[in-house]
Write a new protein. Structure first.
Length: 612
């Protein structure tokens, strides 16, 4: 069979497959489309550092996996292996994708989303308009009823009764256009007769979300709306399977022959590729351009290659040569190609070590840090790879750390929180990939107590009440001073452990404080500019009770060397009954609140302070 130029072959492939795929994904921006905007709810699921837009789909009789997948979204089109992996992780109830049954409900991944890309994305459900109606007149017909013309009827009167308004206004004109659209047999609306059957458009049409899209700028009903007919696109996708795309060689290279194919297995090399955000090519031939002479041909079945998102490529070899060429020579010839030597039957951990070590000389870091409201976050990992985000505007960091057990996974709330800050946590369980990160419960939220910090006295009273201490403001005290007994008012705080102290907010002066202390009473003087957290710390210190200022929490149950440390600007007070409390003035990110609560700690927000 004759074949065309490689570029022409690639273009034919793109035209054949891209049209049916795009016909089934939502239209995110619909401007100046003569098409009806229908609205559909999609769900947002979380997978390995990404929000995934998913289409909830109920399997119908006659459905088969490739047919459904081919119709649904850009992930399946761009990277089918990645799509299949995402599908399996989001639908664990589907044990075998080749055995789906009618009635099963699955979430089909459509698109990776940048954080905050869609309204309501953080809630897990988004409503998106999409163009679906291709024949407006057929849709109007579904919202009509038959009517027999009575003596004295006129079309203008019938339209006014159904759509309201006066002759010539917008609602009347639209009603008349709809009437003409569903009654093409009536050539002159001014000539109807008793007994004649007509179709009357139902006023409920005006309540449909796509109603305004039925009319063009001149007010006429549009003939057809934008969008590809679903039946035609499905037939095209099923009847002709396009040839696989040719793998493009390195930048500025001539057309590569092939075709190399992505790995379809889940072996160690494929797992390592997935961890670093790349794809494994292990079938076919990859052609690297040479400055002179014949291109360098790489047999991918002997020397698999990991293709990274930033364009770099890593060739895996068990020897010191690749295709009878020494490794250093290959690496010196193509600057964005690395060659790593791995053991025979290498594990995913060994391959991952080799790949990341190959990039150790690049600008990388093993620690990231930033502040967010009332917390300071420091992320440490064995390897941190930085690449461009999906929108190309901000850097996205992948933090990769091997762990020994499933219990060492980073807490799901911290993983989700960091992902929203363009930091992807990848905890790699050594010795197997069966264990998964514990999921974050749906609609997870934290219960937060609140106390009054609008004044120092209000703070003391509300703090004592919450902690179960006894507080007596304006208590009369008597003490000897200069040979006489002096009466004064102060604030008494009893901690319930036999310890009592007086709290002075600047009412006592001079030697009076020393005289009170000589009676055996402890007195704590609070300066007018003392912040709420400072006041609570001094109270606990004066009472001889334990507390921790600016406590540090770790996102995973593992050594601090490769962990996420979260320092909270507050004071942690433990309790014998297990009710540990963390008092803060500033707003704490919601997902960190969830994490703190899961540590058995009750968060208390001090409201009304300068930072609250």
């Amino acid at each position: 069979m004759a074949t065309g130029h490689p570029t022409q072959c690639l273009h034919r492939f793109t035209r054949r497959i891209l049209l049916p795929v795009l016909a089934f994904i939502p239209v995110f921006l619909a401007t100046d489309l003569h098409g009806a905007l229908l609205y559909k709810n999609y769900v947002v699921r979380y997978d390995r550092g990404w929000d995934i837009l998913c289409d909830p789909y109920r399997i119908r009789q006659g459905d088969w996996v490739l047919k459904i997948f081919r119709q649904k979204g850009e992930i399946a089109h761009d990277d089918f292996r990645e799509f299949l992996g995402i599908f399996q992780r989001l639908n664990p109830h589907v044990k075998d994708v080749d055995r789906i049954r009618p009635g099963q409900v699955v979430d089909i991944p459509l698109k990776k989303l940048v954080q905050g890309n869609l309204p309501g994305q953080s809630s897990g459900v988004v409503t998106i308009p999409f163009v679906m109606i291709s024949n407006p007149k057929e849709m109007i017909q579904k919202h009509t009823r038959s009517y027999t013309i009575q003596r004295g009827d006129t079309v203008s009167r019938l339209i006014a009764q159904q759509f309201g308004g006066r002759y010539g206004n917008t609602t009347y004109r639209q009603g008349l256009k709809l009437f003409q659209a569903v009654n093409p047999h009536i050539k002159d609306v001014n000539r109807i007769y008793a007994g004649q059957k007509v179709y009357m458009p139902d006023p409920s049409l005006r309540e449909q979300s796509w109603y305004e899209a039925l009319f063009d700028d001149a007010g006429n009903v549009v003939e057809r709306m934008a969008g590809t007919d679903e039946g035609e696109a499905e037939t095209e996708a099923e009847t002709e399977a396009p040839p696989p795309p040719r793998q493009q060689a390195l930048a500025a290279a001539p057309e590569a022959a092939g075709p190399p194919q992505e790995a379809t297995n889940t072996g160690p090399a494929a797992e390592a590729a997935s961890i670093v955000g790349g794809r494994l090519l292990d079938k076919g031939t990859y052609f690297f351009p040479m400055k002179q002479g014949k291109d360098f041909e790489l047999d991918l079945s002997r020397y698999p290659m990991i293709d990274l998102q930033n364009g770099s490529k890593v060739i895996l070899s068990t020897q010191d040569r690749v295709m009878n060429v020494d490794l250093p020579l290959i690496q010196s010839y193509w600057e964005n190609v690395k060659v790593v030597k791995v053991p025979e039957k290498a594990t995913s951990q060994e391959i991952l070590d080799a790949v990341l070590t190959a990039f150790s000389g690049e600008a990388t870091t093993d620690q990231l840090a930033f502040d967010d409201g009332g917390v300071a976050v420091r992320v440490s990992a064995k390897w941190i790879r930085t690449e461009a985000s999906a929108d190309g505007r901000v850097p996205r960091h992948a933090c990769i750390t091997p762990i020994l057990s499933a219990g060492e996974h980073t807490h799901a709330a911290i993983v989700r929180y960091l992902d929203r800050n363009e930091i992807v946590i990848k905890d790699i369980l050594t010795g197997g990939s069966g264990a998964t990160r514990p999921p974050l419960p749906a609609n997870a939220s934290a219960d937060v107590d609140r106390i009054d910090g609008s004044s120092q006295k209000a703070l003391l009273e509300s703090f004592a009440r919450l902690m179960g201490f006894h507080y007596s403001p304006n208590t009369s005290i008597s003490f000897p001073y200069a040979g006489i007994q002096v009466q004064a008012l102060s604030n008494l705080l009893s901690f319930g452990n036999g310890r009592e102290i007086l709290i002075d907010f600047g009412d006592l002066y001079g030697d009076a404080v020393d005289a009170i202390k000589e009676t055996g009473l402890e007195i704590l003087q609070i300066s007018v500019d003392a912040a709420p957290v400072e006041i609570i710390a001094r109270l606990m210190e004066t009472a001889g009770m334990a507390y921790t200022a600016a406590p540090v929490f770790y996102g995973a149950n593992r050594p601090a060397e490769f962990n996420t440390a979260i320092t909270v600007n507050g004071i942690l007070i433990p309790s014998d009954n297990g009710m540990n409390r963390l008092f803060v003035e500033e707003q704490i990110p919601e997902l960190i609140q969830v994490f703190i609560q899961d540590q058995g700690i009750r968060l208390v927000r001090i409201q009304g302070s300068s930072r609250g």
